[in-house]
Design a protein. Structure first.
Length: 357
């Protein structure tokens, strides 16, 4: 197979680019090979990362393999070549054997409180079983465990924490002992202090951040994945719940109204922010470019929003970017995405494991 000649610029970092590189044997090199080459021209980014999605998940739970394959191919076409699967109930290990599908980093199944999450999505348990379930999901995942930190409490009629601190602390410690990081679904404010105290590594959605909890996240280096394309659905969720749970509906509307302000507050305080779409369930795959633009709308600079889906996200997930010897997962664009994030919606070439797909 001929080598690829990438005639860039290659955007190897937020402020660094190089003129050209090559792909030989599925790997990136900056040394010119003595092989015939096929040229690809344009602005080159490392394969985008969707740091919160659910390959293999549909509205009612696990989906057939052909549907999961379609989801992964949709992400691939959008340039998302590194996917952190933030919880789903099926077995998607077969994806790892497919060189034409994106790299998936799994978090096992959602761990939820009994009757406090979407039916069919997660493992539902009570706090006394949390430590053992975390150990099971740490073994099933790829270095991540996913907790459902809060959900609607029907007696309270609003969002409420799912786990007491005395259950969270040993559970998160058990995950860390197993070499896994822990993230949590969090819409509201009240679950965050205990999660932070217990040593959480990441917060998904994070719409309930306040000045106090932002400061704690920044001090401890806890990341957030805001999933703003998902938060855009909050008014619809609130409308459907208003008659039965008016307090919850009002709360969800308020969280939506301040979503950009919340993300900006976290980013300005130094909290690491990464791009994730929450694709799967009822949300379409292939929307990572939309999420990057939403982060920019929330106040991140174009470079910071781009970093959240490229160089920064890949480093956070332990995957290489555009460096010598890296697996050649990259995307080519017709113009400079640092100047116009809209360019991300229309890649001219997607290269996965060194093959133009």
């Amino acid at each position: 197979m001929d080598a690829l000649h990438l005639r860039g610029p290659l955007l190897v970092g937020p402020g660094t680019d190089v003129a050209e590189a090559w792909v030989v044997g599925g790997r990136l090199t900056f040394d010119r090979p003595s092989l015939p080459t096929t040229a690809l021209e344009g602005w080159v980014l490392p394969g985008l990362a969707d740091a919160h999605c659910h390959v293999g998940l549909g509205p009612d739970g696990a989906v057939p393999r052909e549907v999961a394959e379609e989801q992964a191919l949709t992400d691939r076409a959008a340039g998302a070549l590194l996917l952190r699967d933030a919880g789903q109930p099926g077995d998607t290990r077969w994806i790892d054997e497919r060189p034409d599908l994106p790299v998936v980093v799994r978090a096992g199944r959602h761990i939820a409180r009994s009757r406090r999450y979407l039916r069919g999505f997660g493992v539902e348990i009570e706090p006394d079983a949390l430590v053992e379930e975390v150990r099971r999901q740490a073994a099933a995942g790829d270095g991540w465990v996913k907790l459902v930190g809060d959900w609607i409490d029907r007696d309270r009629g609003d969002l409420a924490p799912c786990w007491p601190l005395e259950a969270l602390q040993p559970a998160i410690a058990a995950a860390h002992e197993a070499g896994a990081r822990v993230t949590a679904h969090c819409f509201g404010e009240d679950c965050l202090p205990d999660l932070v105290t217990a040593g959480i590594d990441c917060v998904e959605h994070a719409t309930g951040l306040t000045d106090a909890t932002v400061g704690s996240l920044a001090a401890q280096g806890i990341a957030i994945v805001p999933t703003l394309v998902n938060i855009a659905t909050f008014p619809e969720i609130a409308s459907a719940a208003r008659d039965k749970f008016p307090r919850y509906a009002e709360h969800m509307q308020a969280l939506h109204a301040r979503r950009y302000e919340t993300v900006a507050l976290a980013h300005e305080a130094g909290v690491p922010v990464y791009a994730g779409t929450d694709a799967g369930g009822s949300l379409a795959h292939g929307r990572v470019a939309d999420e990057v633009r939403e982060l920019h709308a929330a106040g991140l600079s174009r470079t910071a929003a781009l970093t959240a889906a490229t160089w920064g996200a890949r480093a956070w997930l332990g995957r290489d970017g555009l460096v010598e010897g890296a697996q050649a997962d990259l995307v080519v664009y017709p113009a400079d995405p640092r100047l116009d994030l809209g360019v991300l919606a229309a890649p001219t070439h997607v290269v996965l494991r060194g093959r133009v797909v």
